[in-house]
Write a protein that binds this ligand. Structure first.
Ligand code: FAD
Length: 682
C-alpha cells in the first residue's frame, strides 16, 4: 500500500477493527482503524514509481540478473507489486525472473482488491491476472505462494504481523519497498525489530531500500540495523524520503556467505545453488511428478526415472484420494505445514481440473465428530478460525446428513473447498511433456566432472545432470547417499475397498453420496460406478497383496457411520487396492538436500554438550542430491508444496515457507535430534 502522511480523521470515536475498510473518492480504500488511505488518490501510481522504483534504482538494478527479489512491508491493494511487475515486464533487459515477497496482516478481499484496482486502468493487464489468482476464500496466516506470467513472476505473501513474518523468513531480498501506514499512524510496525528483520532477510551480497517517509523512527531504525541511509526529495509536496543500502555481509571466514540462512544453527542452512539446467528425478509418483512439473515450469530440463512400466503405479495409483485440509486447533508445526500444503495443492489442482487435465470433484468434505475427543478438536478448530464458512462450517448431524446424502449419526465440520481427486490424473498432468524413462530402476548416483550420473539395475548410465531429486517413497533409502533413512522411513500398508454405486442407490430412497465423508476412515462419492472406502493402517507391513481381512476391517469401520450400507457388504464380494504409505516418526515429510550422514556425525558430534551453533561448519550435504519423501497419508496436500520448495531451492528463488517450517521438514533433523539426544554418536 502506498501509505502517506496525509492526515485523515478516524471515522467516529470507537476503535475500529484493524482489517476493516471503507471507501473514499470512489475506489480509494480507507482504514478507519489506522485513519489512513491505502494510496494517494491523485497520483498514487506516480508516487509508487518515484518512491519505490526510482528510489531502488529500478529498472537498472534487476538488469542482466537471473532473478531479482523485491521485499515489501504492507501489500495493501498490491499497487507497488503491479507497478513493479509492469516496469519489469516492459524492460527488455529485465532479469529472467521477478520475485515479489510482501507481508500483509489484513489482506483485502478479492472484491475489494478488484474495486481498488479500478483506480489504475493502465495496470489493468496485470491487475486482472492478480485478481485471477487472488483467493476467493479467507487467507489464513502463513506463507502463500502464487505463480504469475507462466512462472516468470512469483508472488509470495506472508500473512501476519510484519515483524513476526519478516523475522521468520529468509527471502534473500535484493531491494525493499518499506511501505505501510505512516509511522505516526502505525508506530507498532516501525519498530527496531522490523529493521533488524529486514536486514536479516536481505541478500548477503547487499540490498537497497526505499521508503516514502523520512521520519526519525525510520532513519534511526534503519541505521541501527546496518543500513546506510540517504535523504532524497520526497514525492510531490513531501520534503524528504529515505533511500538506503545494506552493504555486502562478510562471514567469519572473510567471504560473503552464500546461504539461505533458514536457521541460526549451521546444520539446517542451505547453500545457494549455482545455475541448474538439468535435473534427474527418481520416482514417478505424486512427489516425483510434482518436482518434475515445478522444475519444468522454471525452464529446467527434467528427466523422470520410474522403475515400473507406468507412472503412478505405487501409492499414487489409488483411483481416488481425498483433498482435505489439515487444519489444527493450535499452531503446531505439522498443522502449519499441511495447512500451507493444502492451499498450495488446492490452487494448483483446481486449475488443472478447470482445464480438464485432472479428474477431481470439489464437492466438499465432511469431517465427522466420531468421538468426544474428535468433537472437542473440531470445536477448537471452529473457535480458532472464527466464523469462516468459506473455509470450514460446523454441522449438526441433520445438517451433515443433508450435505452427505445419507443419514449420519454425528455432526462434524464441512470443508466446502475440499473434495476428491484421481491421483494418477494428477501425476499424468504434472509429467506431461517431461522426458521419461519408465521400467528403469536407478541403483546408484555418482559424479563425473560435469555433474551427477545415474546408473540403473542393468548397468546403463544416464546424465550428467546438474542435480538429482530422489522421490522414491520408501525406496528412497535404497541409494547409498540416503541409506541412513532406513531407520527413519516406515511403511504403513493401506488397503482401500471399492463399493459398487448401486448398493447405495438401491437403499430404497434414491439416495446418493454427494460429498466425501471422513470419519475414522473415509468414503467418497462414486467415480466410474464405484465408491471408494477404507482404509487400513498396517504398520511396518510392506506387502501390497489384497486381503479379505482388510476388506472386513473396512466394512466394519464403515458400519459405524453407515450401518445400512455396510450390512449389504461382505469381504469376498469386494474389489480393492493395497499400497504403502511412507511415514516418518514426526509425521512430516523429508524435503531438501541430502545430508552426508557420516560428515554430519563427524562435524556435529558434540552438539549434545550444548556448544553454540556458530562454532560449527556449514552443513555438509551430498552436493546437488535432494530428497522428497515421507508424505504418509497426505501426498496430495504435501507433494506439490514440497516440489515448490525444492524448485525454489534449486532455482535460487525465495522459499515458499517460513524458516521454522523449513527446519521441521529438513532431512537432517533426525540426525541432529539423534545427536542431541545421544542416540547417535560420531
Ligand atoms: C490406502 C491409501 C490411501 C491414501 N489416501 C490418501 C488421501 O486420501 N489423500 C492424500 O493426500 N494421500 C493419500 N494417501 C497417500 C498418498 O497416496 C501418498 O502420500 C503419495 O501417493 C506418495 O507419493 P510418492 O510419490 O511419494 O510415492 P509413490 O506414489 O509410492 O511413488 C514412488 C515411486 O518411486 C518409484 N521408485 C522408487 N525407487 C525407485 C528407483 N530406485 N528407481 C526408479 N523408480 C523408483 C516407485 O516405483 C514409485 O512409483 C493414501 C495412501 C494410501 C496407501
Amino acid at each position: 500500500m502506498t501509505a502517506n502522511d496525509v492526515t485523515r480523521q478516524t471515522e467516529g470515536d470507537e476503535p475500529r477493527p484493524a482489517g476493516e475498510i471503507t471507501w473514499q473518492d470512489g475506489n480509494v480504500p480507507f482504514s478507519p482503524h489506522f485513519g489512513d488511505i491505502y494510496f494517494n488518490p491523485k497520483d498514487g501510481l506516480a508516487e509508487t514509481r518515484y518512491v519505490f522504483l526510482e528510489g531502488n534504482n529500478l529498472p537498472s538494478a534487476w538488469q542482466d540478473r537471473e532473478s531479482f527479489a523485491i521485499g515489501e512491508t504492507g501489500f495493501g491493494t498490491g499497487l507497488n507489486f503491479l507497478a513493479a511487475w509492469q516496469c519489469w515486464d516492459s524492460d527488455p533487459k529485465r532479469s529472467r525472473r521477478l520475485h515479489f515477497v510482501s507481508v500483509e496482516k489484513y489482506p483485502l478481499s478479492r472484491d475489494d482488491m478488484i474495486r481498488a484496482h479500478q483506480s489504475w486502468p493502465e495496470l489493468s493487464q496485470y491487475s486482472k491476472q492478480l485478481a485471477e489468482i487472488w483467493p476467493h476464500e479467507t487467507m489464513l496466516p502463513g506463507v502463500h505462494r502464487f505463480s504469475l506470467a507462466d512462472g516468470d513472476v512469483s508472488l509470495t505473501l506472508l500473512i501476519g504481523d510484519a515483524i513476526e513474518c519478516w523475522s521468520g523468513y529468509d527471502g534473500n531480498i535484493d531491494c525493499w519497498f518499506l511501505d505501510g501506514f505512516a509511522p505516526a499512524r502505525n508506530p507498532d510496525m516501525w519498530h527496531p525489530d522490523l529493521f533488524a528483520a529486514l536486514a536479516g532477510a536481505s541478500n548477503p551480497r547487499g540490498a537497497s531500500l526505499a521508503t516514502f517517509t523520512a521520519a526519525r523512527i525510520a532513519r534511526d531504525g534503519l541505521e541501527s540495523a546496518g543500513f546506510a541511509i540517504s535523504k532524497r526529495k520526497g514525492f510531490g509536496y513531501k520534503r524528504d524520503m529515505i533511500t538506503a543500502t545494506l552493504p555486502v555481509s562478510i562471514g567469519d571466514n572473510g567471504s560473503t556467505p552464500d546461504l539461505f540462512e533458514i536457521a541460526d544453527d549451521p546444520w539446517f542452512n542451505l547453500p545457494r545453488p549455482k545455475k541448474t539446467k538439468s535435473v534427474a528425478v527418481i520416482g514417478g509418483g505424486l512427489a516425483g511428478s510434482a518436482c518434475a512439473d515445478a522444475l519444468n515450469a522454471r525452464g529446467v530440463a527434467v528427466t523422470l526415472f520410474e522403475k515400473a512400466d507406468e507412472l503412478a503405479s505405487a501409492a499414487s495409483g489409488n483411483p481416488i484420494g481425498m483433498l482435505e485440509p489439515y487444519l489444527t486447533v493450535d499452531d503446531a508445526i505439522m498443522g502449519r505445514f499441511y495447512e500451507a500444503g493444502y492451499r498450495f495443492s488446492h490452487r494448483k489442482i483446481k486449475k488443472l481440473a478447470d482445464q480438464g487435465l485432472v479428474e477431481a470433484d470439489f464437492c466438499g468434505v465432511i469431517d465427522l465428530a466420531t468421538s468426544d475427543r474428535k468433537r472437542e478438536r473440531l470445536d477448537g478448530l471452529i473457535a480458532r478460525l472464527g466464523d469462516k464458512p468459506d473455509l470450514v462450517e460446523a454441522l449438526d448431524s441433520d445438517q451433515a446428513s443433508e450435505r452427505f446424502g445419507l443419514a449420519l449419526p454425528y455432526g462434524g465440520v464441512f470443508y466446502p473447498s475440499a473434495g476428491w481427486v484421481n491421483p494418477p490424473s494428477v501425476v499424468r498432468a504434472f509429467s506431461d511433456g517431461i522426458d521419461m524413462r519408465l521400467s528403469t530402476t536407478i541403483t546408484a548416483i555418482g559424479d563425473d566432472e560435469q555433474g551427477k550420473v545415474l546408473t540403473d539395475g542393468n548397468g546403463a548410465s544416464y546424465g550428467p545432470f546438474d542435480a538429482v531429486i530422489i522421490a522414491g517413497a520408501l525406496e528412497t533409502q535404497m541409494l547409498d547417499q540416503t541409506s541412513w533413512l532406513r531407520d527413519h522411513l516406515n511403511p504403513v500398508r493401506g488397503q482401500i475397498s471399492f463399493l459398487p454405486e448401486e448398493i447405495v442407490s438401491n437403499l430404497g430412497d434414491g439416495s446418493a453420496i454427494k460429498c466425501v465423508l471422513s470419519h475414522k476412515g473415509y468414503v467418497t462419492p462414486a467415480r466410474d460406478g464405484m465408491h471408494v472406502f477404507g482404509a487400513t493402517f498396517g504398520r511396518d507391513d510392506a506387502h501390497t497383496d489384497l486381503r479379505e481381512d482388510d476388506h472386513a476391517f473396512n466394512i466394519n469401520q464403515l458400519g459405524k457411520v453407515l450401518p445400512d450400507v455396510a450390512a449389504k457388504l461382505s469381504p469376498e464380494m469386494l474389489e480393492g487396492r493395497a499400497s504403502l504409505r511412507t511415514t516418518t516418526a514426526d509425521h512430516l515429510p523429508l524435503i531438501g538436500l541430502a545430508p552426508d550422514f557420516d560428515a554430519y556425525l563427524a562435524s556435529y558430534g558434540d552438539i549434545d554438550k550444548g556448544k553454540k551453533g556458530a562454532r560449527y561448519i556449514d552443513a555438509p550435504y551430498h552436493k546437488d542430491v535432494y530428497i522428497c519423501t515421507g508424505f504418509g497419508a497426505r501426498g496430495l496436500i504435501g507433494a506439490p508444496l514440497a516440489a515448490e520448495i525444492l524448485a525454489s531451492e534449486i532455482c535460487d528463488m525465495p522459499l515458499p515457507l517460513e524458516k521454522a517450517l523449513m527446519h521441521a521438514i529438513h532431512p537432517a533433523r533426525f540426525i541432529i535430534r539423534g545427536l542431541k539426544r545421544r542416540q547417535l554418536t560420531a
